[in-house]
Write a protein that binds this ligand. Structure first.
Ligand code: ZN
Length: 500
């Protein structure tokens, strides 16, 4: 028995798809070898957005309605690309570019076709769609929304066969493949929960051989994260998140009796030698939920989470630098990766200027994600923290303008902190913002206020060299040794290391 409502939904989907075909085939630029229609990829992307071709806006609207009615969690884009794939398989159409973005494949169409991916991947994709619709800005899923996700995905065949525990596995997978933070599922790992129990994972993996692979992979990640929270090895670490801190800053940490852990997604950007007591963690933070960052790097360095006693963050600054809006040729210049005209309540907020899936758009979006996650995580960890970024656009991003973050912001110039040795290598002025949880930290440097010639105060005394003239990235990105020493001293004065 098919209900009348279901029949109507299918009829709407069928009509919409016929209209979609009409608009696409009208835009065909010729015939291929097998007599199939040749279609530019641009026609498809414009259709998804409802722009360009005549009639596209109406079709896009109709698809949105039909998608909502008939497909539930499936987006218009997924529907259109799934349709393109079907037409290609039937040799009716050739489209130059296929969308390769995650989530694009394996989406069941309104006809129920879903032959391209294995069931587990299709299920995770379904869960991911349901989760994405309910995420807050910082890719956080409120605990209360998990029930909604469960309701939206309980019809999946896999769940019918093996039960709803699979939802938890799928959610865990999203925490490290799509950096989704799920309230309580993550934070409650230390106080209880079956996912700390290898036997629970084992039972699930034994349910069916097709689950053994994905469940085993998720289990090994989660169990390692949980283990990283137990016990301590006694060394104390200052963690440098995504910043090329330089030898001087590393020395400051060593002189304070600690060691550094340097984190980046790219090994080339990290310090090569561990001889001076630095450890390196190659972790792609953009793929790990913020709630598990500390655990992920503890696992990567074979250390314990409790041993991380202070945090220094330097989110990638290329898309936040003034040079992004400049027309000068040079590194990071000229791209306009951010939209420098967009104004919200009188503030140029500098959002990413290019769409999702474009190189420059994704670079700006990832920098936003890292900066925001870094500052919110550091504020919640209860350890001394500082975040640095050159004076540019970061402070205008909406997540940095909330009062509790603005209150932590200080303005310094790096030149006021260079030692003789550092200044001889490159005395860059480098006006910089510091956000810090240390309220007792009074910026000093060699000028007394951390600034260079500000408010008629003393200047640094060095002859400034412009950043463009400094080609060596090590010299461009490093932190002054005395700045890190000042930070660690203020942390010690606040009593933060008393029990460390
Ligand atoms: Zn100066």
């Amino acid at each position: 028995m098919v209900s009348l409502a279901a029949w109507r939904r299918k009829a709407l989907a069928r009509r919409t798809e016929a209209r979609l075909a009409e608009v696409v085939y009208n835009q065909s630029t010729g015939q291929g070898k097998r007599g199939e229609a040749l279609v530019e990829a641009g026609v498809i992307t414009q259709l998804v957005r409802g722009t360009g071709v005549k009639g596209a806006a109406a079709v896009a609207k109709q698809m949105q309605r039909a998608a909502k009615a008939a497909l539930g969690t499936v987006s218009v884009a997924d529907w259109v690309w799934a349709w393109v794939r079907t037409e290609q398989k039937k040799n009716r159409l050739t489209c130059a570019i296929q969308r390769a973005a995650p989530g694009g494949a394996g989406i069941p169409s309104w006809r129920g076709e879903n032959s391209e991916l294995d069931e587990w991947t299709a299920y995770v994709t379904l869960v991911r769609r349901a989760v994405e619709r309910r995420l807050t800005g910082n890719r956080r899923l409120a605990r209360g929304k998990v029930e909604e996700v469960r309701q939206a995905t309980k019809g999946a065949q896999l769940v019918k066969r093996y039960g709803t525990d699979l939802l938890r596995v799928a959610l865990w997978q999203l925490t490290y493949e799509a950096a989704v933070t799920i309230d309580q599922i993550e934070t409650s790992a230390t106080v209880g929960g079956q996912w700390q129990d290898p036997a629970w994972w084992g039972g699930l993996a034994d349910a069916a051989s097709e689950l053994a692979g994905p469940v085993g992979k998720v289990a090994s990640v989660v169990l390692a994260w949980v283990a990283a929270r137990t016990g301590s090895q006694g060394s104390t670490y200052v963690v440098h998140w995504c910043s090329g801190i330089g030898a001087g800053a590393r020395r400051a940490v060593r002189e304070a009796g600690m060691r550094t852990i340097e984190v980046d997604c790219n090994r080339r950007l990290l310090h090569r030698s561990a001889a001076d007591s630095a450890k390196v963690a190659v972790v792609d933070l953009a793929k790990v939920a913020g709630g598990w960052w500390r655990e992920a790097i503890a696992v990567a360095t074979a250390t314990k989470v409790q041993d991380q006693v202070a945090h220094i963050g330097g989110p990638p600054c290329a898309t936040f630098a003034h040079s992004d809006a400049s027309n000068r040729r040079g590194e990071h210049s000229h791209y306009n990766k951010r939209d420098h005209q967009a104004v919200v309540k009188g503030v140029r907020t500098r959002p990413p200027a290019h769409p999702i899936g474009s190189k420059h758009g994704d670079e700006a979006r990832e920098a936003d994600y890292l900066a925001w996650t870094m500052v919110t995580m550091m504020m919640s960890w209860g350890r001394p923290w500082m975040l640095e970024n050159p004076v540019g656009y970061l402070q205008f991003r909406p997540y940095m303008t909330v009062a509790k973050i603005v209150r932590t912001r200080r303005r310094i110039d790096y030149c006021a902190y260079w030692s003789d040795e550092e200044a001889n290598e490159a005395a860059i002025h480098k006006p910089t913002y510091i956000w810090t949880g240390l309220r007792n930290w009074k910026m000093k440097g060699r000028t007394g206020n951390g600034r260079c010639g500000w408010d008629q105060g003393p200047d640094c005394g060095w002859e400034h060299i412009s950043l463009e003239k400094v080609k060596n990235p090590r010299l461009r990105n490093r932190h002054p040794q005395s700045l890190i020493a000042e930070f660690l001293q203020a942390a010690a004065d606040s009593g933060a290391f008393a029990n460390a």
